[in-house]
Design a protein around this ligand. Structure first.
Ligand code: HEM
Length: 453
Protein backbone atom coordinates (compact mmCIF):
# COMPACT_ATOMS: atom_id res chain seq x y z
CA UNK A 1 0.00 0.00 0.00
CA UNK A 2 1.43 3.40 -0.94
CA UNK A 3 1.71 6.09 1.74
CA UNK A 4 -0.38 9.21 1.07
CA UNK A 5 1.43 12.25 -0.24
CA UNK A 6 2.07 14.83 2.55
CA UNK A 7 -0.19 17.85 2.18
CA UNK A 8 1.71 20.74 0.57
CA UNK A 9 2.80 23.38 3.06
CA UNK A 10 0.47 26.36 2.86
CA UNK A 11 2.16 29.07 0.86
CA UNK A 12 3.19 32.20 2.67
CA UNK A 13 1.62 35.27 1.17
CA UNK A 14 3.56 38.40 0.26
CA UNK A 15 3.50 41.61 2.28
CA UNK A 16 1.15 43.27 -0.21
CA UNK A 17 -1.58 40.77 0.73
CA UNK A 18 -1.53 41.53 4.46
CA UNK A 19 -4.85 43.15 5.37
CA UNK A 20 -4.44 46.81 6.15
CA UNK A 21 -6.51 49.30 8.05
CA UNK A 22 -7.56 51.04 4.86
CA UNK A 23 -7.24 54.56 3.62
CA UNK A 24 -10.40 55.72 5.32
CA UNK A 25 -9.24 54.45 8.71
CA UNK A 26 -5.74 55.82 8.09
CA UNK A 27 -7.16 59.25 7.40
CA UNK A 28 -9.41 59.03 10.42
CA UNK A 29 -6.41 58.06 12.60
CA UNK A 30 -4.31 60.87 11.24
CA UNK A 31 -7.03 63.40 11.99
CA UNK A 32 -7.63 62.02 15.43
CA UNK A 33 -4.04 61.30 16.56
CA UNK A 34 -4.93 62.65 20.01
CA UNK A 35 -7.91 60.33 20.31
CA UNK A 36 -5.78 57.34 19.28
CA UNK A 37 -3.29 58.19 22.03
CA UNK A 38 -6.14 58.27 24.49
CA UNK A 39 -7.77 55.02 23.41
CA UNK A 40 -5.48 52.65 21.55
CA UNK A 41 -7.38 49.61 22.70
CA UNK A 42 -10.51 50.39 20.67
CA UNK A 43 -8.57 50.84 17.46
CA UNK A 44 -6.48 47.70 18.05
CA UNK A 45 -9.57 45.64 18.88
CA UNK A 46 -11.34 46.89 15.74
CA UNK A 47 -8.34 45.96 13.60
CA UNK A 48 -8.01 42.49 15.10
CA UNK A 49 -11.71 41.71 14.84
CA UNK A 50 -12.10 42.98 11.29
CA UNK A 51 -8.77 41.96 9.79
CA UNK A 52 -7.16 39.18 11.86
CA UNK A 53 -3.88 38.66 13.72
CA UNK A 54 -1.56 40.32 11.16
CA UNK A 55 -2.50 43.85 10.10
CA UNK A 56 -0.63 46.63 8.36
CA UNK A 57 -1.50 49.86 10.11
CA UNK A 58 -1.13 53.02 8.10
CA UNK A 59 -1.18 56.23 10.08
CA UNK A 60 -0.09 59.12 7.89
CA UNK A 61 3.57 58.72 6.89
CA UNK A 62 4.04 55.90 9.35
CA UNK A 63 3.35 52.31 8.36
CA UNK A 64 3.87 49.32 10.62
CA UNK A 65 2.61 45.80 11.18
CA UNK A 66 0.50 44.93 14.21
CA UNK A 67 0.89 41.33 15.34
CA UNK A 68 -1.88 40.28 17.71
CA UNK A 69 -2.10 37.59 20.38
CA UNK A 70 0.18 35.66 22.72
CA UNK A 71 1.92 33.60 20.01
CA UNK A 72 2.92 36.82 18.28
CA UNK A 73 4.14 38.24 21.60
CA UNK A 74 6.28 35.17 22.18
CA UNK A 75 7.63 35.20 18.62
CA UNK A 76 8.63 38.85 18.75
CA UNK A 77 9.77 39.23 22.36
CA UNK A 78 11.65 35.95 22.73
CA UNK A 79 13.14 36.57 19.28
CA UNK A 80 14.65 33.10 19.00
CA UNK A 81 15.82 33.80 15.45
CA UNK A 82 17.44 37.09 16.52
CA UNK A 83 15.74 39.13 13.84
CA UNK A 84 14.26 42.00 15.85
CA UNK A 85 15.93 45.19 16.96
CA UNK A 86 14.69 47.10 20.01
CA UNK A 87 17.37 49.73 19.53
CA UNK A 88 16.08 50.97 16.17
CA UNK A 89 12.45 51.76 17.04
CA UNK A 90 13.21 53.05 20.52
CA UNK A 91 16.01 55.23 19.11
CA UNK A 92 13.56 56.68 16.58
CA UNK A 93 11.10 57.38 19.39
CA UNK A 94 13.32 58.65 22.20
CA UNK A 95 16.93 58.46 21.01
CA UNK A 96 17.62 62.20 21.17
CA UNK A 97 16.19 62.60 24.63
CA UNK A 98 17.14 59.29 26.29
CA UNK A 99 20.14 58.11 24.23
CA UNK A 100 22.03 54.93 25.10
CA UNK A 101 19.50 53.66 27.67
CA UNK A 102 19.48 49.89 28.09
CA UNK A 103 16.39 49.50 25.89
CA UNK A 104 18.18 51.38 23.12
CA UNK A 105 20.80 48.67 22.74
CA UNK A 106 20.83 45.38 20.86
CA UNK A 107 22.66 42.07 20.79
CA UNK A 108 26.08 41.72 22.41
CA UNK A 109 26.22 45.41 23.38
CA UNK A 110 22.89 45.12 25.19
CA UNK A 111 23.93 41.91 26.92
CA UNK A 112 27.19 43.48 28.07
CA UNK A 113 25.43 46.51 29.63
CA UNK A 114 22.62 44.48 31.14
CA UNK A 115 25.12 42.16 32.83
CA UNK A 116 26.89 45.09 34.49
CA UNK A 117 23.62 46.77 35.52
CA UNK A 118 22.29 43.53 36.97
CA UNK A 119 24.54 44.21 39.98
CA UNK A 120 22.19 47.01 41.02
CA UNK A 121 19.11 44.74 40.87
CA UNK A 122 20.09 41.54 42.71
CA UNK A 123 17.90 40.21 45.52
CA UNK A 124 20.14 41.39 48.41
CA UNK A 125 20.28 44.85 46.84
CA UNK A 126 16.48 44.93 46.43
CA UNK A 127 16.15 43.97 50.11
CA UNK A 128 18.25 46.99 51.00
CA UNK A 129 16.25 49.33 48.70
CA UNK A 130 13.00 48.09 50.30
CA UNK A 131 14.30 48.72 53.80
CA UNK A 132 15.32 52.26 52.92
CA UNK A 133 12.12 52.99 51.00
CA UNK A 134 9.73 52.11 53.87
CA UNK A 135 10.23 55.24 56.04
CA UNK A 136 10.30 57.47 52.94
CA UNK A 137 6.93 56.11 51.86
CA UNK A 138 5.57 56.64 55.34
CA UNK A 139 6.63 60.31 55.36
CA UNK A 140 5.58 60.79 51.74
CA UNK A 141 1.93 59.89 52.34
CA UNK A 142 1.54 62.07 55.43
CA UNK A 143 -1.36 64.51 55.28
CA UNK A 144 -3.06 63.10 52.18
CA UNK A 145 -6.28 63.66 54.11
CA UNK A 146 -5.40 67.21 55.20
CA UNK A 147 -7.24 69.03 52.43
CA UNK A 148 -10.58 67.53 53.54
CA UNK A 149 -11.46 67.37 49.85
CA UNK A 150 -10.28 65.22 46.93
CA UNK A 151 -6.60 65.44 45.95
CA UNK A 152 -5.12 64.67 42.53
CA UNK A 153 -3.85 61.15 43.11
CA UNK A 154 -1.72 61.07 39.95
CA UNK A 155 0.23 64.18 40.94
CA UNK A 156 0.64 62.97 44.51
CA UNK A 157 2.01 59.60 43.36
CA UNK A 158 4.30 61.25 40.84
CA UNK A 159 5.85 63.45 43.53
CA UNK A 160 6.19 60.45 45.83
CA UNK A 161 7.82 58.17 43.25
CA UNK A 162 10.17 60.93 42.16
CA UNK A 163 11.22 61.49 45.76
CA UNK A 164 11.74 57.76 46.17
CA UNK A 165 13.73 57.64 42.94
CA UNK A 166 15.91 60.54 44.13
CA UNK A 167 16.57 58.88 47.42
CA UNK A 168 17.01 55.27 46.28
CA UNK A 169 18.52 55.94 42.87
CA UNK A 170 20.61 59.07 43.56
CA UNK A 171 20.98 58.82 47.33
CA UNK A 172 19.86 62.36 48.05
CA UNK A 173 16.83 64.23 49.27
CA UNK A 174 16.02 66.59 46.47
CA UNK A 175 14.42 69.41 48.42
CA UNK A 176 13.89 72.42 46.12
CA UNK A 177 15.41 70.51 43.17
CA UNK A 178 12.37 68.18 43.20
CA UNK A 179 10.19 70.55 41.23
CA UNK A 180 12.90 71.23 38.64
CA UNK A 181 13.58 67.52 38.22
CA UNK A 182 9.88 66.73 37.97
CA UNK A 183 9.40 69.25 35.19
CA UNK A 184 12.63 68.08 33.48
CA UNK A 185 11.26 64.54 33.28
CA UNK A 186 7.83 65.70 32.18
CA UNK A 187 9.42 67.76 29.39
CA UNK A 188 11.66 64.90 28.33
CA UNK A 189 8.82 62.36 28.12
CA UNK A 190 6.59 64.83 26.23
CA UNK A 191 9.47 65.61 23.83
CA UNK A 192 9.96 61.94 23.05
CA UNK A 193 6.39 61.94 21.62
CA UNK A 194 6.81 65.26 19.77
CA UNK A 195 6.11 65.30 16.07
CA UNK A 196 8.08 68.48 15.50
CA UNK A 197 11.63 67.63 16.51
CA UNK A 198 13.33 70.95 16.14
CA UNK A 199 15.72 72.72 18.47
CA UNK A 200 13.68 75.93 18.49
CA UNK A 201 12.98 77.73 21.79
CA UNK A 202 9.34 77.42 22.81
CA UNK A 203 8.81 74.05 21.15
CA UNK A 204 8.00 70.95 23.20
CA UNK A 205 11.07 69.18 21.80
CA UNK A 206 13.37 72.04 22.81
CA UNK A 207 12.05 71.89 26.37
CA UNK A 208 12.85 68.15 26.38
CA UNK A 209 16.46 68.85 25.34
CA UNK A 210 16.74 71.47 28.10
CA UNK A 211 15.39 68.92 30.59
CA UNK A 212 18.06 66.47 29.51
CA UNK A 213 20.78 69.12 29.82
CA UNK A 214 19.58 69.87 33.36
CA UNK A 215 19.72 66.19 34.34
CA UNK A 216 23.19 65.74 32.83
CA UNK A 217 24.45 68.77 34.76
CA UNK A 218 22.77 67.68 37.99
CA UNK A 219 24.00 64.09 37.93
CA UNK A 220 27.31 64.89 36.26
CA UNK A 221 28.18 67.22 39.14
CA UNK A 222 27.88 64.30 41.55
CA UNK A 223 29.77 61.75 39.51
CA UNK A 224 33.21 62.18 41.08
CA UNK A 225 31.85 61.75 44.57
CA UNK A 226 29.75 58.76 43.55
CA UNK A 227 32.79 57.10 42.00
CA UNK A 228 34.72 57.59 45.23
CA UNK A 229 32.19 56.62 47.91
CA UNK A 230 30.71 53.27 48.84
CA UNK A 231 27.10 54.53 48.71
CA UNK A 232 24.17 52.13 48.65
CA UNK A 233 22.07 54.10 46.14
CA UNK A 234 21.68 52.90 42.55
CA UNK A 235 23.94 55.67 41.16
CA UNK A 236 26.87 54.60 43.39
CA UNK A 237 26.19 50.95 42.64
CA UNK A 238 26.23 51.58 38.88
CA UNK A 239 29.50 53.50 39.28
CA UNK A 240 31.23 50.50 40.81
CA UNK A 241 29.23 47.69 39.12
CA UNK A 242 31.36 45.10 37.34
CA UNK A 243 30.38 42.17 35.18
CA UNK A 244 31.93 38.76 35.91
CA UNK A 245 34.51 39.64 33.28
CA UNK A 246 35.45 42.76 35.25
CA UNK A 247 33.90 45.30 32.83
CA UNK A 248 32.74 48.62 34.26
CA UNK A 249 30.62 51.50 32.91
CA UNK A 250 32.25 54.73 31.65
CA UNK A 251 31.12 58.10 33.07
CA UNK A 252 28.84 59.00 30.15
CA UNK A 253 27.33 55.50 30.19
CA UNK A 254 26.50 55.76 33.90
CA UNK A 255 24.75 59.12 33.32
CA UNK A 256 22.74 57.87 30.34
CA UNK A 257 21.67 54.75 32.24
CA UNK A 258 20.68 56.78 35.28
CA UNK A 259 18.50 59.19 33.27
CA UNK A 260 16.83 56.34 31.43
CA UNK A 261 16.31 54.32 34.63
CA UNK A 262 14.69 57.22 36.45
CA UNK A 263 12.31 57.83 33.55
CA UNK A 264 11.51 54.12 33.16
CA UNK A 265 10.97 53.76 36.89
CA UNK A 266 8.88 56.66 38.04
CA UNK A 267 6.31 57.10 35.26
CA UNK A 268 5.46 53.41 35.12
CA UNK A 269 5.08 52.92 38.88
CA UNK A 270 3.09 56.17 39.14
CA UNK A 271 0.77 54.83 36.45
CA UNK A 272 0.32 51.50 38.27
CA UNK A 273 -0.28 53.11 41.66
CA UNK A 274 -2.84 55.51 40.19
CA UNK A 275 -4.79 52.79 38.38
CA UNK A 276 -4.74 50.51 41.43
CA UNK A 277 -5.94 53.34 43.69
CA UNK A 278 -8.79 53.98 41.26
CA UNK A 279 -9.90 50.35 41.14
CA UNK A 280 -9.73 50.00 44.92
CA UNK A 281 -11.86 53.13 45.28
CA UNK A 282 -14.44 51.60 42.93
CA UNK A 283 -14.28 48.26 44.75
CA UNK A 284 -14.56 49.10 48.47
CA UNK A 285 -15.00 45.39 49.28
CA UNK A 286 -11.56 44.69 47.81
CA UNK A 287 -10.10 47.72 49.54
CA UNK A 288 -11.32 46.42 52.89
CA UNK A 289 -10.15 42.87 52.15
CA UNK A 290 -6.65 44.15 51.38
CA UNK A 291 -6.68 46.40 54.46
CA UNK A 292 -7.43 43.38 56.63
CA UNK A 293 -4.66 41.43 54.91
CA UNK A 294 -2.22 44.29 55.59
CA UNK A 295 -3.30 44.50 59.23
CA UNK A 296 -2.89 40.74 59.58
CA UNK A 297 0.71 41.03 58.39
CA UNK A 298 1.37 42.97 61.59
CA UNK A 299 4.31 44.96 60.20
CA UNK A 300 4.07 48.63 59.35
CA UNK A 301 7.25 48.73 57.26
CA UNK A 302 7.53 45.32 55.62
CA UNK A 303 10.80 44.08 54.14
CA UNK A 304 11.24 42.77 50.61
CA UNK A 305 10.49 39.16 51.61
CA UNK A 306 7.39 40.06 53.67
CA UNK A 307 5.62 41.53 50.67
CA UNK A 308 4.88 38.17 49.02
CA UNK A 309 2.73 37.36 52.04
CA UNK A 310 0.38 40.13 50.87
CA UNK A 311 -1.16 37.72 48.39
CA UNK A 312 -4.40 39.59 47.65
CA UNK A 313 -2.49 42.83 47.12
CA UNK A 314 -0.15 41.06 44.70
CA UNK A 315 -3.11 39.74 42.67
CA UNK A 316 -4.73 43.19 42.69
CA UNK A 317 -1.47 44.69 41.39
CA UNK A 318 -1.16 42.04 38.65
CA UNK A 319 -4.80 42.55 37.65
CA UNK A 320 -4.24 46.31 37.45
CA UNK A 321 -1.19 45.76 35.25
CA UNK A 322 -3.41 43.58 33.03
CA UNK A 323 -6.22 46.12 32.69
CA UNK A 324 -3.94 49.17 32.49
CA UNK A 325 -0.49 48.14 31.25
CA UNK A 326 1.62 51.30 31.62
CA UNK A 327 3.32 50.50 28.28
CA UNK A 328 0.38 49.63 25.99
CA UNK A 329 2.44 48.63 22.94
CA UNK A 330 5.98 47.39 22.32
CA UNK A 331 7.74 48.16 19.01
CA UNK A 332 10.53 46.33 17.19
CA UNK A 333 12.12 46.67 13.75
CA UNK A 334 12.83 43.54 11.71
CA UNK A 335 16.47 43.36 10.64
CA UNK A 336 15.69 40.79 7.91
CA UNK A 337 12.71 39.24 6.15
CA UNK A 338 10.54 37.10 8.39
CA UNK A 339 7.42 34.97 8.20
CA UNK A 340 4.55 35.11 10.63
CA UNK A 341 0.91 34.05 10.49
CA UNK A 342 1.22 32.97 6.85
CA UNK A 343 2.71 36.24 5.59
CA UNK A 344 6.17 37.41 4.58
CA UNK A 345 7.27 40.64 6.21
CA UNK A 346 10.31 42.39 4.70
CA UNK A 347 13.36 43.50 6.67
CA UNK A 348 13.27 47.08 8.06
CA UNK A 349 9.55 46.86 8.80
CA UNK A 350 8.36 48.11 12.17
CA UNK A 351 6.47 45.36 13.99
CA UNK A 352 4.34 46.13 17.04
CA UNK A 353 2.95 43.81 19.71
CA UNK A 354 0.30 45.07 22.10
CA UNK A 355 0.14 44.06 25.75
CA UNK A 356 -3.03 46.15 26.09
CA UNK A 357 -4.80 44.19 23.36
CA UNK A 358 -3.67 40.72 24.45
CA UNK A 359 -4.66 41.54 28.03
CA UNK A 360 -8.26 42.02 26.82
CA UNK A 361 -8.64 39.00 24.55
CA UNK A 362 -11.67 36.98 25.58
CA UNK A 363 -10.00 33.81 24.25
CA UNK A 364 -7.50 34.10 27.10
CA UNK A 365 -9.25 35.94 29.92
CA UNK A 366 -12.67 35.42 31.50
CA UNK A 367 -14.69 38.64 31.19
CA UNK A 368 -11.55 40.63 30.32
CA UNK A 369 -13.16 44.03 30.91
CA UNK A 370 -13.85 43.21 34.53
CA UNK A 371 -11.27 44.13 37.19
CA UNK A 372 -11.14 40.81 38.99
CA UNK A 373 -7.93 40.11 40.99
CA UNK A 374 -9.07 36.60 41.94
CA UNK A 375 -8.31 35.48 38.39
CA UNK A 376 -4.67 35.36 39.58
CA UNK A 377 -5.51 33.06 42.54
CA UNK A 378 -4.16 29.48 42.39
CA UNK A 379 -7.73 28.13 41.92
CA UNK A 380 -8.23 30.08 38.71
CA UNK A 381 -4.67 30.88 37.59
CA UNK A 382 -5.77 32.50 34.34
CA UNK A 383 -2.23 33.82 33.95
CA UNK A 384 -1.01 30.25 33.33
CA UNK A 385 -3.02 29.72 30.14
CA UNK A 386 -0.14 30.86 27.94
CA UNK A 387 3.42 32.02 28.53
CA UNK A 388 2.83 35.38 26.78
CA UNK A 389 -0.73 36.62 27.34
CA UNK A 390 0.22 38.65 30.45
CA UNK A 391 3.17 40.82 29.45
CA UNK A 392 3.09 44.16 31.29
CA UNK A 393 6.86 43.86 31.77
CA UNK A 394 7.57 42.64 28.23
CA UNK A 395 9.63 39.47 27.78
CA UNK A 396 12.83 37.99 26.40
CA UNK A 397 16.19 39.77 26.46
CA UNK A 398 14.63 43.22 27.12
CA UNK A 399 12.21 42.09 29.83
CA UNK A 400 11.97 44.89 32.39
CA UNK A 401 15.07 44.85 34.61
CA UNK A 402 13.15 46.88 37.21
CA UNK A 403 10.18 44.51 37.57
CA UNK A 404 10.97 43.38 41.13
CA UNK A 405 11.84 46.92 42.16
CA UNK A 406 8.51 48.18 40.79
CA UNK A 407 6.51 45.40 42.45
CA UNK A 408 8.23 46.16 45.74
CA UNK A 409 7.54 49.87 45.54
CA UNK A 410 3.89 49.53 44.51
CA UNK A 411 3.11 47.10 47.33
CA UNK A 412 5.05 49.11 49.94
CA UNK A 413 3.07 52.24 49.08
CA UNK A 414 -0.29 50.47 48.90
CA UNK A 415 0.28 48.60 52.16
CA UNK A 416 0.89 51.84 54.02
CA UNK A 417 -2.01 53.64 52.36
CA UNK A 418 -4.33 50.79 53.32
CA UNK A 419 -3.21 51.00 56.96
CA UNK A 420 -3.64 54.77 57.15
CA UNK A 421 -6.59 55.78 54.94
CA UNK A 422 -9.90 54.76 53.42
CA UNK A 423 -10.36 56.33 49.99
CA UNK A 424 -13.24 56.96 47.64
CA UNK A 425 -14.18 58.46 44.29
CA UNK A 426 -17.64 59.97 43.67
CA UNK A 427 -20.46 57.54 42.79
CA UNK A 428 -20.49 56.70 39.12
CA UNK A 429 -17.08 58.29 38.49
CA UNK A 430 -15.09 56.78 35.58
CA UNK A 431 -11.41 57.66 35.19
CA UNK A 432 -10.72 59.18 31.75
CA UNK A 433 -7.48 57.64 30.53
CA UNK A 434 -4.78 58.51 28.06
CA UNK A 435 -3.23 55.13 27.24
CA UNK A 436 -0.12 56.29 25.37
CA UNK A 437 2.80 56.79 25.66
CA UNK A 438 2.35 55.74 29.29
CA UNK A 439 -1.11 55.15 30.71
CA UNK A 440 -2.36 58.02 32.89
CA UNK A 441 -5.64 59.70 33.96
CA UNK A 442 -6.56 62.80 31.96
CA UNK A 443 -8.14 64.45 35.01
CA UNK A 444 -5.38 63.54 37.51
CA UNK A 445 -7.79 61.19 39.35
CA UNK A 446 -9.43 63.14 42.19
CA UNK A 447 -9.54 60.89 45.29
CA UNK A 448 -10.83 61.57 48.76
CA UNK A 449 -8.54 60.12 51.43
CA UNK A 450 -10.09 59.84 54.91
CA UNK A 451 -8.12 58.84 58.01
CA UNK A 452 -8.93 55.49 59.61
CA UNK A 453 -10.11 55.61 63.20
C1 HEM B 1 5.09 48.85 36.83
C2 HEM B 1 6.24 49.34 36.46
C3 HEM B 1 6.95 49.00 35.18
C4 HEM B 1 6.46 48.52 33.99
C5 HEM B 1 5.03 48.16 33.66
C6 HEM B 1 7.58 48.38 33.09
C7 HEM B 1 7.49 47.91 31.79
C8 HEM B 1 8.58 47.64 30.99
C9 HEM B 1 8.51 47.02 29.69
C10 HEM B 1 7.24 46.57 28.98
C11 HEM B 1 9.78 46.92 29.21
C12 HEM B 1 10.21 46.29 27.90
C13 HEM B 1 10.10 47.22 26.72
C14 HEM B 1 10.51 46.55 25.44
O1 HEM B 1 10.77 45.36 25.39
O2 HEM B 1 10.55 47.26 24.41
C15 HEM B 1 10.65 47.50 30.21
C16 HEM B 1 12.02 47.59 30.08
C17 HEM B 1 12.82 48.24 30.99
N1 HEM B 1 12.46 48.73 32.22
FE1 HEM B 1 10.62 48.67 33.02
N2 HEM B 1 8.71 48.81 33.74
C18 HEM B 1 8.38 49.17 35.02
C19 HEM B 1 9.24 49.64 35.99
C20 HEM B 1 10.58 49.81 35.85
C21 HEM B 1 11.47 50.25 36.90
C22 HEM B 1 11.05 50.53 38.32
C23 HEM B 1 12.72 50.32 36.35
C24 HEM B 1 14.02 50.72 36.99
C25 HEM B 1 14.24 50.63 38.27
C26 HEM B 1 12.61 49.92 34.96
C27 HEM B 1 13.64 49.87 34.06
C28 HEM B 1 13.56 49.30 32.80
C29 HEM B 1 14.71 49.14 31.93
C30 HEM B 1 16.12 49.63 32.19
C31 HEM B 1 14.23 48.48 30.79
C32 HEM B 1 15.06 48.07 29.58
C33 HEM B 1 15.52 46.63 29.78
C34 HEM B 1 16.38 46.11 28.67
O3 HEM B 1 16.36 46.65 27.57
O4 HEM B 1 17.11 45.13 28.92
N3 HEM B 1 11.29 49.61 34.71
N4 HEM B 1 9.90 47.93 31.28
Amino acid sequence: MSTPEPAPAPETKPFAEIPHNGLFRALRMLLSAGAARRDMLTSLTEQYEALGPVVVQIGGPIRFVNLFGPDANRFVLMDREQIFSARRPWTQIMGRIFPNGLLLRDGADHKHHRKIMHEAFTRPVLRDYAERMGPKVSAGIDNWDAAGSPIGAFKAFKALTLDLAASIFIGTDLGPATRRMNSAFEDMVAASMSRLRLRIPGLEFYRGLKGRAFMLGFLGGMLEKKRADQGLDMFSRLCRARSEEGDVLLDGEVLDHMIFLMMAAHDTTTSTLTSLTYELARHPGWQQRLREESRALGIELPGYDDLDRLQGLTWAMYETLRRYPPLPVIPRIATQELEFGGYRIPGRTMVVVSPIHTHHMSQWWTEPWRWDPDRFSPDRAEQDRHTHHWIPFGGGAHMCIGRRFAETQVRLVMHQLLLRYRWTVPDGYRMPIQQAPISKPLDGLPVNFAPLQ
